[in-house]
Design a protein around this ligand. Sequence first.
Ligand code: PEP
Ligand code: MN
Length: 263
Amino acid sequence: RANRMFKPHDSIIDVNGVKIGGGHFGLIAGPCSVESEDQIIGIAQAVKKSGANMLRGGAFKPRTSPYSFQGLKDEGLDLLLKAKKETGLPIVTEIMSTEYLERFVEDVDVIQVGARNMQNFELLKELGRTKKTILLKRGLSATIEELLMSAEYIMAGGNEDVILCERGIRTFETYTRNTLDISAIPVIKKLSHLPVVIDPSHSAGKWWLVEPLSKAAVAAGADGLIIEVHNDPENALCDGQQSIKPSKFDKLVDDIRLIAQAM
Ligand code: PEP
Ligand code: MN
């Protein structure tokens, strides 16, 4: 079902009126994690003003260490809803377990499946029974074919609203957190009709690489970007080193508009 053969035209996915795919650009921005009401509402207002059309923010965080900040969980979802109410931006947030599925279906606009859960097939099957848009991130060491098969798990259940996300993969290179596989954009677009968004933040792991990688992604034909933005990166509870400030994001949006126009 994810295969181009079934649909020669690009899929356009509608998230509460915000379209992505088929020439519609999804600009998702926000902090790695929801930390407080002031933080999430402040960032949501700033990124909206710059042109973001969806808000990201983790409430349940898949951290490498169990001693790291794990997210505000239910309270984080409550705060995302407040930010949505303030700004009108649809919210994108990660689900880690089917335990919270009901709450996510009720309150979240785009349910994110993180890289670490790309092959959590039971979770994918459950999401396939919902009507929610799913943002499916490529696994740390997953091939493009494997990413598409995971999308297939969701779509096989009847839910065709899947957005694919390239967020960098593990290679021998350690300077960057991951290696952005820019070819994944044209390859996925050849194989599938689903929209592809790029996450330059987790690809790079460094804030100053977010701008060049975002530009490359737009030039290569990405349908959207998901970017970590934080008002105070030095003191962020998660992924501060790869988060850009709202002022940088504002400038970046202007730059990528020019690239998109030139294409
Ligand atoms: C995230 O988006 O904050 C995240 C944890 O991403 P990934 O699953 O790609 O590592
Ligand atoms: Mn993050």
